[in-house]
Design a protein around this ligand. Structure first.
Ligand code: ADP
Ligand code: MG
Length: 253
């Protein structure tokens, strides 16, 4: 059986009178890609940032790799990777220099070129963040989550606004990180992304979890309940056509 690495119990978050998160509970298993899938305003980022120790909760308990969020937030910080805001802060530095800077902040000794190679940005080592495409920027942002060799990384809507090729390239990267043994928790409002990428998904709406399972199981359950699609499914969709026409292989975006 899979080990539980994150356990969230009855988590509540109020912003003044407004209840953004209304008592949610879920476990994340070690080595999986766990998705929080929901529309804008559902409470995804709030939930993620509480687990990341970046936001105060109103009530509930959170345990990360055995550490209680209330008692050992620093221990949690040490084993997680969060996306750092790279644009804006140090506009004069190139990717290599930024990674070196973050290595210093984390007191880690990683080879920046190995990390850039991992995210397919070795050619861009001397470029600045502002010179990157949207997809490259996101891959660099993912690279920054890996600097402290974390057990878990957190990605908040990493593919929002990217074109199909860049999204697929990011999906490959995230799968690769999972396959190396890192647990990934990701938020998205894209159904296809959750279905393709996530091992398990919690569907969250208006601060509540309304479904949690593997994408396959959720689809099977819906079909077993007698649901039928009004229109016959085609074997491909327009995105497949687009990817086919613009090039089969993942492009260096
Ligand atoms: P999601 O990431 O799913 O889009 P968020 O967690 O960002 O949702 O926000 C959930 C709800 O909480 C939204 O209605 C949002 O407007 C509200 N909210 C988020 N942050 C704050 C804040 N700092 N103060 C007040 N309300 C907030
Ligand atoms: Mg959000």
């Amino acid at each position: 059986m899979a080990n539980t690495i994150i356990s969230v119990n009855n988590l509540v978050k109020h912003y003044g009178q407004f209840q953004a998160v209304k008592g949610i509970s879920f476990d994340v298993f070690e080595g999986e890609i766990f998705g929080l899938l929901g529309p804008n305003g559902a409470g995804k980022s709030t939930t993620l940032e509480i687990i990341e120790t970046l936001r105060e909760k109103t009530s509930g308990t959170v345990t990360v790799d055995g550490y209680d969020l209330d008692k050992q937030p620093q221990a949690i910080k040490n084993i997680i990777g969060v996306q750092l805001q790279t644009s804006g802060y140090y506009p004069g530095l190139n990717l290599l220099q930024l990674i070196e800077l973050f290595c210093g902040l984390y007191n880690r000794d990683v080879d920046p070129m190995v990390l850039l190679d991992m995210v397919n940005l070795k050619d861009k080592a001397k470029s600045k963040v502002k010179e990157l495409s949207g997809g490259q920027r996101q891959r660099f942002s993912v690279a920054t989550t890996l600097i402290n060799d974390p057990r878990i990384i957190f990605l908040d809507e990493p593919t929002t606004g990217l074109d199909p090729q860049a999204r697929r390239s990011l999906w490959e990267l995230i799968s690769k990180i999972r396959d190396r043994g890192t647990t990934v928790i990701i938020t998205t409002h894209y159904m296809d992304e959750a279905e393709y990428l996530c091992d398990r998904v919690a569907i969250i709406d208006a601060g509540k979890i309304i479904g949690l399972d593997t994408p396959d199981k959720m689809i099977d359950n819906l079909v077993a309940s007698g649901f039928e699609r009004p229109k016959e499914m085609k074997m491909a969709n327009l995105e497949d056509v687009f990817i086919h026409l613009t090039g089969h292989s993942l492009r260096e975006d």
